[in-house]
Design a protein around this ligand. Structure first.
Ligand code: ADP
Length: 585
């Protein structure tokens, strides 16, 4: 990481035309194994070689002049031939090996993680990461130690971690042309066929154009190929966000370590405390209520009557099967569930809902919708498609339709927190929590005219988990819709807490989920990629984890508020002692 941070791109004037330079390049050569000092052995064999050649050539010339057959060889000539052959073999061997070695070594320096290196790194990682099980509480401490656990199969592929990007003279020319505007910055990837080099050149051009340094924004240590055409255009580096772990979170009898990418102090610690309270109380139960991604195009007719005709046609159960067949052609996983229509004069909004397997599903549902619109054009030729998205979907905007109808996964997650745990772990009482929940999350939000915001800080947890696991963070808007309920149960001794979240939009395939870091976080949760058992099981499990983590977050923050700890803990974890005025430019 340090190397990466130090290695921001610099124009280097007297550079050899290499793209990457190894910081610890192994310069050992085969010639180092020779017993004599290199210069001595070379001098001896060179002298021998040229003396033998000179001797033989002058003798053969003499023979030709005196018409003596070349096959008549004297003793001194035999010695000279032997000397020639010996020195030739030495020189060929020496320079030949050196030359071949230099050819072989060069590509190796550009391949950063040989399998051996991976193994060494793996061992080091495991050594560092080995967590010791506390012995004090274990019942079987006196038993002989168990054999070491099977090694965790962690293939850590850190692409490009060490190479430090330096720019060549050729790159310098391209930078100048980007700065001059003759080469468009966006075309660098396609022109160069090397995404990292394109990013380095764009970055340098940007620094020159703006006169602002990007030092601190790392360039090296990221696989720019992996985002091409899918995740981010015109990259100049990447932002680092620390990932903390809350957990284990016990949901439906299974433990999860929840990765949270955040820069807000307290957030992970607080969620972790909530996880602990849930765990000590026997875990949470999460139930999926609905699973369907939506897309709502807007179409326009000449009259409101014609718009109504289409509404009636789409909502007629007799037409559903035909429409489903047309819609489902788009994907193996997209399955039409229903169409809900809303009219505004001559304009009709058609809200399609479909299952999307393990994908979050925006692309999938859009393709299905396009199929249906094309199909409808035959029976409704006067239909004008104004936009494939007419905001009745509704994506990345607060909207009652998502709060009421749901979007993505609708989940309810609950737990009964024991009174003891509320007192000892959460440092408050059941009564205070119930009262505060009523005043803050229900009445307070109603007073504020909240839309889906009947909670303390669901979006904090949703966003942190979304960034860690490669979800679309902009969808935190509707994914954070949540109503938190609290009630005293078991004669007022214990606390029943629940979060109801109608619009959790998550996927475990597609988008940012396939990037190395995000995919590692999904792997940690056991929901990486497409589910092998049943399509959609991974993304549904991820939605359950999101809801469970929100439950933990709500429990902990509400407790801190009820106990009056909030300001104190934020001052401790969320404020550093650094002089922030120094950070400003
Ligand atoms: P989104 O619709 O969330 O934007 P993408 O269209 O980018 O997602 O990615 C979904 C792709 O992944 C589709 O091409 C789909 O065929 C493929 N895929 C493979 N396995 C699955 C699965 N189990 N569930 C959903 N999609 C899957």
């Amino acid at each position: 990481m340090e190397a990466g941070r130090r290695s921001w791109t610099k124009p280097v004037q007297s550079l050899k035309p290499t793209k990457t330079v190894s910081v610890d390049e192994d310069l050992t050569k085969a010639s180092d194994a020779l017993p004599l000092p290199l210069h001595l052995s070379n001098a001896v064999f060179f002298t021998l070689f040229f003396s033998a050649v000179y001797f033989l050539l002058s003798h053969w010339r003499e023979k030709i002049r005196t018409s003596t057959p070349l096959s008549v060889v004297t003793f001194s000539e035999i010695i000279a031939i032997l000397a020639f052959v010996a020195s030739f073999i030495y020189l060929l061997g020496f320079f030949g090996i050196d030359f071949v070695q230099s050819l072989i070594l060069r590509p190796q320096t550009e391949v950063w993680n040989s399998e051996d290196d991976d193994e060494v790194a793996d061992v080091l990682l495991r050594k560092k990461d080995a967590r010791k099980v506390p012995c004090g509480q274990a019942l079987d401490c006196s038993l002989p130690p168990l054999p070491p656990p099977a090694p965790i199969v962690t293939v850590q592929k850190v692409l490009d971690e060490n190479p430090v990007t330096v720019l060549t003279e050729e790159d310098e020319e391209i930078i100048k042309s980007v700065v001059a505007g003759t080469t468009p910055s966006y075309s660098l990837e396609s022109k160069l066929g090397d995404c990292k080099r394109a990013a380095a050149i764009r970055r340098e051009a940007l620094q020159r154009l703006t006169g602002k340094s990007l030092e601190g924004l790392p360039l090296d240590g990221f696989d720019y190929e992996s985002i091409l055409g899918q995740c981010c255009e015109m990259p100049v580096g990447y932002v680092q966000i620390p990932v903390g772990i809350a957990g284990p979170l016990l949901i439906n009898g299974r433990e999860y370590s929840v990765p949270m990418a955040t820069t807000e102090g307290c957030l992970v610690a607080s969620t972790n405390r909530g996880c602990k309270a849930i765990h000590l109380s026997g875990g949470a139960t999460s139930t999926l209520l609905r699973d369907g991604m939506t897309r709502a195009p807007v179409v326009r007719f000449g009259t409101a009557k014609r718009a109504a005709d289409l509404k009636l046609y789409l909502e007629d159960p007799d037409n559903f099967d035909t429409l489903a067949v047309v819609f489902n052609r788009s994907s193996r996983f997209g399955r039409l569930q229903g169409i809900k229509c809303a009219i505004a004069g001559k304009n009709l909004y058609l809200r399609f809902t479909c299952t999307t397997g393990d994908a979050m599903g925006m692309n999938m549902v859009s393709k299905g919708v396009q199929n249906v619109l094309d199909f409808l054009q035959t029976d409704f030729p006067d239909m004008d498609v104004m936009g494939i998205s007419g905001n009745f979907c509704s994506d990345k905007k607060p909207a009652a339709v998502n709060w009421i109808e749901g979007r993505g996964k609708s989940v309810v997650c609950e737990a009964i927190i024991k009174g003891d745990v509320v007192r000892k772990v959460l440092k408050t009482t059941v009564e205070s929590l119930v009262e505060l929940n009523m005043l803050k999350n229900l009445t307070g939000s109603a007073m504020a005219g909240a839309l889906g915001g009947f909670n303390a800080h669901a979006s904090n947890i949703v966003t942190a988990v979304y960034i860690a696991t490669g979800q679309d963070p902009a969808q935190n808007v509707e994914s954070s819709h949540c109503i938190t309920m609290m009630e005293a149960v078991n004669d007022g001794k214990d606390l029943h807490i629940s979060v109801t979240m109608p619009s959790i939009e998550v996927g475990t395939v597609g988008g940012g989920t396939q990037l190395a870091s995000q995919s590692a976080c999904l792997n940690l949760l056991g929901v990486k990629g497409a589910s092998k058992e049943s399509a959609g099981a991974n993304s549904r499990m991820l939605a359950a984890v999101v809801a469970g983590a929100v439950l933990a977050g709500e429990l902990s923050l509400m407790s801190a508020l009820a106990a009056g700890q909030l300001v104190k803990s934020h001052m401790k974890y969320n404020r550093s002692n650094k002089d922030v005025s120094k950070a400003s430019s």
